[in-house]
Write a protein that binds this ligand. Structure first.
Ligand code: ASP
Length: 441
């Protein structure tokens, strides 16, 4: 049995949903289908979820969403009109708008795109619509309750032959609709795959698979055939956009592979994401490179820091008190640096610096912003020599100044911090140092 998740581009209009229905009907093992809200039909289009957030803004301001909801009306009337003409979508849309205005909840509003998308596809397929409200559960802080969600889904879907479920949301223990972070239908699909013990979790999108670098930066990067769960986590966390970074957690412990597939090229094998021991023997040294812009580094210097017990804790406590999460903490004997995403410190930097000075009494505390991080990820790095040498030689010969280095203890990746103006150049330099010709793919 396979669990399939179809993303926003696959669900964008009547025609693409027709392709989705063909893919599902082609294989009777595709029994549990999770869907996103309709995405963009072309570059200038609006995603339904974004339009729903606009509805919420209008409700918060005026109590109604008469203006913004027009976009939703038009999108779903077009889709249902061409796909399921007997389905009274107008009646459903009227109810949805009234519920949105009544609950005045941002997450409820945002969730309606997935709900409507699933309703329409279920009608088209003649399959059962199973709402994830009440099945996928969160605590009141919005943290997923995975075990309970699995139990709920197993009980509800036990006798169901084929079902369509909306992605992206569930309910908290008070019964309020809660959503994952953006792109979270990937996580919903993974939870359903785990609950139903799927043989594979097919994640259908609009690309042939995972690329070894961002194609907007590197010309025609290699397509990755196989990726381990941990490599995927590193690459997607660092900005590779194909899959939500949290989607591996539900499936990894059960060893369920994720297959990234293209709705618009369905016969192509795509990328397989598997456990380390299931990777093919000839797995490459470098699997992929990903990066993100927008980091700040706080450099702290203090003589004898090395012997001051509790120094690191005090630094991190200042951040914790300000609700700031950190990414990396590279350190020297008398120096310690903390790398933080800009968005977490924006508007708080001066306060954080003052508090740090006061708490740790450092010799020098300075910040350096405009930093980008680049992760070079490869499962085989740990067992080969020369990987770091190749990487740093590539950066040096391209005159790129490295501001920070971090190699995770797992030796799965090497992360470098470079000035943002060097970001694209650095990615190209690293990529071409390891992949010289298409035959190295
Ligand atoms: N529709 C939601 C978003 O645009 C969730 C998803 O598509 O996975 O983020």
């Amino acid at each position: 049995m396979k669990v399939c998740k179809f993303g926003g581009t696959s669900m964008a209009n009547g025609k693409t949903i027709g392709l989705v229905a063909d893919i599902i009907n082609e294989d009777s093992e595709r029994r549990f289908i999770v869907v996103s809200a309709p995405g963009k039909r072309d570059k200038k289009d609006v995603k339904v979820t974004d339009a729903l957030y606009e509805c919420y803004d209008e409700i918060a301001k005026n109590g109604t969403c008469d203006i913004a909801f027009e976009v939703i009306n038009k999108r779903f009337c077009d889709i249902a009109g061409s796909l399921t003409p007997d389905f009274d979508i107008c009646g459903v849309l009227k109810d949805v708008k009234a519920q949105m205005e009544k609950t005045k909840s941002k997450e409820f509003c945002a969730s309606r795109g997935e709900c409507l998308s699933a309703l329409i596809l279920a009608k088209k397929l003649g399959a059962e619509f199973v709402d994830t409200a009440g099945l996928i559960e969160f605590d009141t802080d919005g943290n997923l309750l995975l075990d309970r969600s699995i139990e709920n889904l197993q009980a509800r879907l036990a006798d169901v032959d084929r079902a369509v479920l909306p992605g992206f949301y569930g309910t908290d223990t008070d019964g309020n609709v809660r959503t994952f972070s953006r792109g979270g239908s990937d996580v919903s699909g993974a939870i359903v795959a785990r609950a139903m013990g799927a043989e594979v979790y097919e994640n259908w999108t609009d690309v042939d698979g995972f690329l070894s670098a961002d194609p907007r930066i590197v010309d025609k990067p290699c397509l990755i055939d196989y990726l381990s769960y941990r490599e995927l986590r590193e690459l997607s966390y660092m900005g590779a956009e194909v899959l939500h970074p949290e989607s591996i957690f539900p499936v990894r412990s059960a060893g369920i592979p994720i297959n990234i597939k293209n709705t618009f090229n369905p016969s192509f094998k795509g990328t397989m994401i598997v456990a380390n021991n299931k990777l093919p023997k000839e797995h490459k040294i470098i699997t992929g490179i990903a990066g993100r812009k927008g980091f700040t580094i706080i450099n702290i210097e203090k003589d004898m820091m090395n012997s001051e017990i509790g120094f690191g804790r005090k630094v991190l406590e200042v951040l914790e008190d300000e609700g700031i999460s950190f990414e990396h903490v590279p350190s020297g004997i008398d120096t310690l640096s903390v790398v933080i995403r800009d968005e977490y410190v924006s508007g708080k930097m001066q306060k954080v610096l003052a508090k740090l000075q006061e708490t740790i009494n450092g010799d020098n505390v300075e910040i350096h912003s405009g930093l980008s991080l680049i992760a070079t990820v490869g499962h085989n790095m740990a067992s080969r020599h020369g990987t770091a040498a190749t990487l740093f030689e590539a950066l040096a010969s391209n005159h790129i100044n490295v501001r920070m280095i971090d190699q995770g203890s797992s030796e799965l990746n090497i992360i470098v911090g470079v000035d943002t103006f060097d970001y694209e150049k650095a990615i190209n330099a690293i990529y071409h140092a390891f992949i010289k010709t298409p035959s190295d793919c």
